[in-house]
Design a protein around this ligand. Structure first.
Ligand code: NAD
Length: 502
């Protein structure tokens, strides 16, 4: 057996069985800290993808009729299994994605919250009823599952984002085809194994792998009713167009350039610690990472302290204790981030802290970039216009809160933002005027818990309804409005025409 043959392959999940793909096209999954090849992932063939959808379609016939309490119980069991396997899931995630073990556990735990929410589906998938809308007539709504739904997920939260999708879709009575990121699909596969162990029947959850071709096939497959996408704005816009044109319900959560505004009355120590964590944690590979800090008025004097905080963070492999940030996902990401840093220098920004080529002696092959801080950044610069998706913070200045708000609202993206202040009046003004989905007041990464829904404005979101929370029940169900009347034996007459006269 050759060395290559010894590399494990990632399976497809079709009709309740983990199967080896017949594909000719494969990709290595590489540990970003060591470059060790962990496994190979197939680009599923068209026939395999069709088989996954056909299985989901068949399974829908009985799953849609499964009592809501039985569906809820599966997720009660599932949350327990995820909790029991937390360390194992985090270890897989760190190996293939690179983030620290603490961040990897956070990735799983934020997804777990959605599973817990799915276990409460009995309280969520409720219709409405109006009694006596006309004499003897009641009107009520049923929130019925759609059928086969599909999910396409990015590399940066390889556990949380699949868990944003399939638990709530399935809890609502749908069946699901998941296409995880081809860069780090292993933790999603372990989550799929645990889902089957929790009692999800064959065909209700399927997993296929691949890239652009698989995504396009999902967008156009006539048996898929809805697509949930999380990833970049470029690919999400393509998915939205293509799947909408094919008549599907689509939600796309996309790219970001998140600004934090710092007023001079903010709690200095807390604010700077929060900013450093939000800008550089997970190596900046968070859709909610703070990538721009706007220091208002006298807060501009905090820059040296911010730079010192950034410089104190420890760059190392995610498995190493004490590591604050791990490597970037790939060599390509490393090169892209370094070339954007170079662009920033060429375009005239002031490089306060250069994180390129940090010394990480035990991991010389790792895709590491350390915390990097630019000041004197202007809106025309590439480092401001592009989502860098690395540990790079652009620092800008504004004279007033309104000037800072105008800057944020002029940026194409509207994913997350935060204001640091001790003034309630300033906070309320900010909350009212800012055009961004997730708004934090002294909270740097305001990702909502699943009692609410994730959202986004402008280039960060397409589609009306967001992932998880109340909105996702609307997204994954079709409202049927029933108007009914029953006649007693003695009733005579009634309206001649078929509409109800009020
Ligand atoms: P990506 O857009 O490259 O990939 C997302 C998915 O699309 C993957 O499953 C990938 O296989 C698929 N894909 C890639 N190229 C494609 C193509 N040409 N045609 C069709 N499908 C294709 O995103 P990524 O690099 O994996 O993730 C990072 C991006 O995701 C960042 O922009 C980040 O801001 C965004 N993100 C957004 C949110 C949010 O909730 N708004 C959350 C996490 C990540």
């Amino acid at each position: 057996m050759s060395e290559r043959d010894a590399i494990p392959s990632v399976r497809l999940l079709i009709d309740g069985r983990f199967v080896e793909s017949a594909s000719e096209q494969w990709r290595d999954i590489v540990n970003p800290a060591t470059q060790q090849v962990l496994a190979r992932v197939p680009f599923a063939t068209g026939a395999e993808l069709n088989a996954a959808v056909a299985s989901a379609r068949e399974a829908f016939k009985s799953w849609r009729k499964t009592p809501i309490t039985a569906r809820a119980r599966v997720f009660l069991k599932y949350q327990q299994l995820i909790r029991e396997h937390l360390k194992e899931l985090a270890a897989i995630l760190t190996a293939e994605q690179g983030k620290t073990l603490a961040d990897a556990e956070g990735d799983v735990l934020r997804g777990l919250e959605v599973v817990e929410h799915a276990a409460g589906i009995g309280n969520l998938q409720l219709g409405e009823l109006a009694n006596n809308v006309a004499a003897g007539v009641d009107t009520y709504t049923l929130l019925q599952p759609l059928g086969v739904c599909a999910g396409i997920t990015p590399f940066n939260f390889p556990a949380m984002i699949p868990l944003w999708m399939f638990p709530m879709a399935i809890a609502c009575g749908n069946t699901f085809v998941l296409k995880p990121s081809e860069l780090d699909p292993m933790v999603a596969m372990r989550l799929a194994e645990l889902a089957l162990e929790a009692g999800i029947p064959p065909g209700v959850l399927n997993v296929v792998h691949g890239g652009a071709e698989a995504v396009d096939r999902l967008c156009e497959h006539p048996d898929i009713k809805a697509i949930s996408f999380v990833g970049s704005t470029r690919i999400g816009s393509h998915v939205y167009r293509r799947a909408s044109q094919a008549g599907k319900r689509v939600q796309c959560m996309m790219g970001a350039k998140n600004h934090a505004i710092v007023l001079p009355d903010a709690h200095r120590e807390q604010t700077l610690a929060n900013l450093a964590g939000a800008a550089f944690g997970a190596a900046g590979q968070r859709c909610m990472a703070v990538s721009v800090a706007i220091l208002v008025g006298e807060a501009r004097q905090w820059l040296p302290e911010l730079v010192a905080k950034a410089a104190s963070l420890k760059v190392n492999a995610g498995v190493e204790p004490g590591s604050d940030l791990g490597p970037l996902i790939s060599r390509a990401a490393l090169e892209r981030v370094c070339s954007l840093i170079e662009c920033g220098v060429q375009e005239g920004a002031q490089l306060e802290l250069d994180g390129r080529h940090p010394p990480v002696s035990d991991y010389p092959q790792g895709n590491f970039v350390g915390p990097t801080v630019f000041s004197e950044v202007t809106p025309e610069m590439s480092i401001y216009r592009e989502e860098i998706f690395g540990p790079v913070l652009c620092v800008m200045q504004a004279a007033t809160l309104d000037e800072a708000i105008a800057l944020v609202n002029a940026n194409p993206h509207g994913n997350g933002t935060a204001l640091f202040t001790r003034s309630g009046a300033a906070a309320r003004h900010f909350q009212e005027e800012i055009d961004v989905g997730q708004v934090g007041i002294n909270v740097p990464i305001p990702v909502p818990v699943p009692l609410f829904s994730f959202t986004g404005s402008r280039a960060s979101k397409l589609g009306d309804l967001g992932p998880y929370g109340k909105q996702i029940v609307q997204f994954y169900t079709q409202t049927k409005t029933v108007t009914q009347r029953w006649f007693d034996e003695g009733d005579v007459g009634g309206p001649v025409n078929t509409t109800i006269t009020l």
